[in-house]
Design a protein around this ligand. Sequence first.
Ligand SMILES: *Cc1c(COP(=O)(O)O)cnc(C)c1O
Length: 494
Amino acid sequence: MELQYVSTRDASEVVSASQAILKGLANGGGLYVPTRIPQLEVSLQELSTMTYQQVAYEVMKLFLTDFTKEELQTCIARAYDDKFDTEEIAPMVYADGAYYLELFHGSTIAFKDMALSILPHLMITSARKNQVKNDIVILTATSGDTGKAALAGFAGVEGTKIIVFYPKDGVSPIQKKQMVTQAGDNTLVVGINGNFDQAQTGVKKMFADEALAEELEATGYQFSSANSINIGRLVPQIVYYVYAYSRLLANERIADGEQINVVVPTGNFGNILAAFYAKNMGLPIDKLICASNENKVLFDFFQTGVYDKNREFVLTNSPSMDILISSNLERLIYRIAGEDAAKNKDLMQQLTSEGKYEITPQMKEQLADFYGNYTNEEETAEVIRDLYEKTGYVIDTHTAVASGVYNKYKKATGDDKATVIASTASPFKFARSVMGAIDDAYLEMEDFALVDKLSEIANVTVPKAVEEIRTAEIRHKTICEVDEMPQVVRNFLK
Ligand SMILES: *Cc1c(COP(=O)(O)O)cnc(C)c1O
C-alpha cells in the first residue's frame, strides 16, 4: 500500500512521497508527515550484515513507496559513493563510555551531507515522476552547514538552480569561505544583514508568496526547499540510526533487541526527529536525548511544556545550533496533538503571533522518551579538552554539546545503556573553537596553521574539504537586507 504524506496544518492536503519532496513545504505553511510510521521489514540480525547503502534501501523504501526499486537504488548509489572518505559512510568511534557516530565524512565534513548528497537525486526523480517541466529553484536559509552541503549537492545538477542565504556574521570563517567559493553557474550565495531566524523567515515568506510563484512559473521556474523541513532530508537521516544499531550488533557491543540511547546536538530538530522516527519503526531506542547550547528553547520546552522564543538570541561556538525556532518540532507537536491538524495549526499560529505556545498535560505525557538539557560555552569547551586529554579523540563544538549533555544525563539518572552520540561536524570545520578549547595559546595561530596543528595533535589527516578552500577564489560577494531577498532572487533568475 502506498504511504501518503499529509500536511501538519491541513488534513485535506494529502500527497505522495515524490510530491512532498518536490513541494518541500505544504500549502499554508504546514509540513508534510507520513500518515503512519512504517515498521522495519527485515530483522536487526539481517541489517547487521548489510552495507550502509543496503540499510539505506531497506529504510527508505518504506517511506518513499512511489519510487521503484531501481530508482531508489540509483539515488542511493549516486549519493553514498566516493564523495565520502570512508566506505562505512558513517563510522563509529568509541571514546570514554560512548559511541560517536561520525556523520561528517561527506563532501562538506558535516552531517548535512548525509541527506543533501541524496536529496538532488530524489528531487530530480520526483520531478520526472510528476511530469514537471519547470527548472527547480532551491531556496535555502542556512546557519552554516546546510548551505555548503546543499550547494555541493546541487551544483551542476541539470534542471536545478540553488540560492543560499546566510547570516553575514553568524557563521564560522571556514563555513563562510566554503560557501562563497562555491563553483557552478546554477549557484548563488548571499549574505544577509540579520540572523539565521530572519533568513529563514525571509525564505518562508518567499515560499508563501503566490505572486512571486506566478512570476516564476511564467519564466519556467518553481521553488523547492532543501531545508530540513523537506521529507527528502528527513528520511535519509533515519537510515544512520538504523545503521548505527546494526553496527553495534555486528560488533557484539549489544545483544539483539537490547535498547540503546541516542544523543543529538539539536538546532532545527530534524536530526533528533529522524531518531524518533527510527524508534517508532521498531528500532530499540530508549531515550532520545536532546542537547542544546545556550539557545536552550528546547530544554525549557521539555521542562515546562512551554515553547517560548521570546528571549535573547545568543551567538555561540556551535553556530549551527543557534536557533530559536526549531521548525521540525512542528512534526512532533502534530503527533502528540493526536495528529490533529487544527490543534497543531492553532499552536503554530500562537508561535507566529506571540512567539510562544503551551502544550496540554496530555501532550506533555507523550514526551516521556525525550530528555532535554544544555551546556554553556564554558562547559562545551571543557568537554572538548577533557575528552582529548583522556583519550586523544577530538570532537567539534556541536558534538561537544551533545557529549556534555550526555554526561549530565548519566549523572542525573545512572542510566548506563549503550549510547550513540550523533557527531555532527568534523573538528576541522570549527578548528578555531576546538583548538581554543584545548589550549588557548593556540588562538595566536592563523586559521590554516591551526588546521595543521589540529591534524597533528588529533593524528587525523586534514580533510579534502578543508584543503580545497585554502586557495579557492571568492566567487560570491552579494550582501543584502532581509527585505531585499525577493529582489535578489528575481535578479538571479532573470
Ligand atoms: C545542522 C546541525 C545541527 C543541528 O541539526 P538539526 O537537525 O537542525 O537539529 C547540529 N550540528 C551541526 C554541525 C549541524 O550542522
